[in-house]
Design a protein around this ligand. Structure first.
Ligand code: ADP
Ligand code: MG
Length: 239
């Protein structure tokens, strides 16, 4: 087995220019992530978590430094090549679900395959919805689903293309603790099936599912700690 990491960041900087001033969103971040890890990224608001996720997800490029994905320097790729990598290898889940409002669950899940021109789209979308236990709600529109169900649709959309890596930015930020635990168990199942999961959270209870916790402070890694995951055991719900 090669010990080449799935993801390697080498001294990554992201500097935003705001008129005269500069914001140092990431300041020399180096990070290796291996296939099969379940990584939580923590840190206070403004510490650079979303910026880091955008770079890991090939939605944005570093100002300086290198990002190697399976050994390939993404700095050498065109925007079209990056878009192809996003579509094939990465799945995204957001705090606000980002579903199309007037579109059924199954059509939302089909969307990434529409972009890639994949075949058997409705069968594959249905399979993905069944994996998140929403097979019986496939015709429902987002407004006809609870928050937890909407996030499950979004997770089905993220995994329908069978990506190696799922990136989730505060996926439980809008959900209560019981529903959050259900969502985390779904991520754990995909992690058990070999997918690499990277999620941003500011809740310790959510980070407890991860096998490793990276904490950012002012655009730098403050700590990087492996931990025994509470993997797929429901968290205690305080009522
Ligand atoms: P977090 O997700 O940890 O709250 P962000 O990565 O969103 O932090 O932001 C890190 C810093 O970069 C913050 O100071 C934020 O204001 C700044 N920032 C983020 N995105 C932009 C942008 N597009 N333009 C200018 N500044 C930005
Ligand atoms: Mg953020």
């Amino acid at each position: 087995m090669s010990d080449l990491p799935l993801i390697r960041l080498e001294k990554v900087y992201k500097i935003y220019k705001m008129g005269e001033s500069k914001v140092r969103a990431l300041y020399g971040v180096s990070l290796d992530i291996h296939q099969g890890e379940m990584l939580a990224i923590m840190g206070s608001s403004g510490s650079g978590k979303s910026t880091l996720m955008n770079i890991l997800g090939c939605l944005d490029r570093p100002t300086k430094g290198r990002y190697l994905l399976s050994g390939e320097d993404i700095g050498d790729l065109s925007d079209n090549e990056l878009a192809a990598i996003r579509n094939k290898r990465l799945g995204f889940v957001f705090q606000s679900f980002n579903l199309l409002k007037r579109t059924s669950a199954i059509e939302n899940v089909e969307l990434p395959m529409v972009y890639s021109g994949a075949k058997n789209r409705s069968e594959r979308a249905m399979e993905a919805l069944e994996k998140v236990k929403l097979g019986d709600r496939y015709k429902h529109k987002p407004s006809e689903l609870s928050g937890g169900e909407q996030q499950r649709v979004a997770i089905a959309r993220a995994i329908v293309t069978d990506p190696d890596i799922v990136l989730a930015d505060e996926p439980t930020g809008n959900l209560d603790s019981k529903v959050s635990a259900e969502i985390m168990e779904i991520f754990c199942q995909f992690n058990d099936a070999g997918k690499t999961i990277i999620l941003v959270t500011h809740e310790r209870d959510i980070a407890a599912y991860a096998t490793r916790v990276v904490t950012l402070f002012d655009g730098k890694i403050k700590s990087d700690v492996p931990q025994n995951s509470i993997h797929c055991r429901p968290i205690e719900v305080n009522t």
